[in-house]
Design a protein around this ligand. Sequence first.
Ligand SMILES: [Zn+2]
Ligand SMILES: [Zn+2]
Length: 376
Amino acid sequence: MSEMKTCTTCGDEFPVTIEYFRKSKRNKDGLKNECKNCSKAKDKSYREANRVIIKERNRLFYVDNKEYIDARNKKYVQSNKEAVAERMRKYQLKNKESISKYQKQRYKHNKELFPEKQKLYRLENKESIRENSRRYRLKNRDTELKRLSLYRENNRASLVEKGRIYRLENKVIIREKQKKRQIENKDAIREYSKEYHRVNRESIAKKTRIYYQANRDSIIRYVKSYYQRNKEVIAEKGKIYYKKNREHIAKYAKQYAKDHREECSLRGQRYEAKKRKLPSTLTIEQWENAKLYFGHKCAYCDGIFPLAREHFIPVDNGGELTKDNIIPACRSCNSSKNNKEAISWFRRQPFYSKDKEDKILNYLCYKNQKQQLSIF
Ligand SMILES: [Zn+2]
Ligand SMILES: [Zn+2]
């Protein structure tokens, strides 16, 4: 057992070692008369009472010895890298709130007092700032999104205006950036848009339809001019695509023709009419109405054979593919009449009747003799 000594401040007894007493050259035993705990308490109360003075003294000391202190600190950090990092991490974890508060304050302070300093800082640390905020957003995704949408809601009008001005002022830069991004993320964008279209097929189709109807003329104009400008590239691409998908295309076309027989044959006739520069406005509905009008029978002989679209005035005489020149006729009448003048041909047939002639002329709107005369 070592010797014991009583603390002059708190009166407790402790062994006379440097574990319990601070060193002092004034005493014989080389230790202070007050215990370590009391010394610490004294220090603390002194620091608290003289905060400002100490701070100022430290500051002055630092200013006087800046180079030496900085070098020493640097050296220490370099040779204790891991320990310092670990301590820093612990400190940050422990003082999270006060640190962020301090940072915010400093940010605000700089913003108000040293705008150019802040600008410089941002410019110099562009990358790290961006990286930090990216990481922060990722980590706090949900709350950030909520905050953002709230902010947008509350500032809608001014944001729209700001965006408009920004886009106007930075047109070229924005386009360049967009192009660059698109090239860089080609595959990801394609995947994403595929999935998006798959999920939203119906709403997209609806929107597209509405947009098309509202902008029909300008769209057609644009497509036409685009085609004219890129004729060769388009043709080349089409060739390649056809080569690649030949079988699929043939199969599809066959099935389509089977499912849309009426439409396809009408399209063929329209094509023929266009080649002859004749009007070709007959629609499927008008054709269906014509058949309905004649009871789904041949307009001449009442036959119910497969019905063809019969040009009342023959194509060779400038007969149009329009509602006012097309009636249903059986194949036999259709080929028998051929290029002849309709009424005189009809009158020579065994199945001719005045009623049927009237019905045909009535349907074709040859209501008065004047119009009728023009065809004879
Ligand atoms: Zn004591
Ligand atoms: Zn017939």
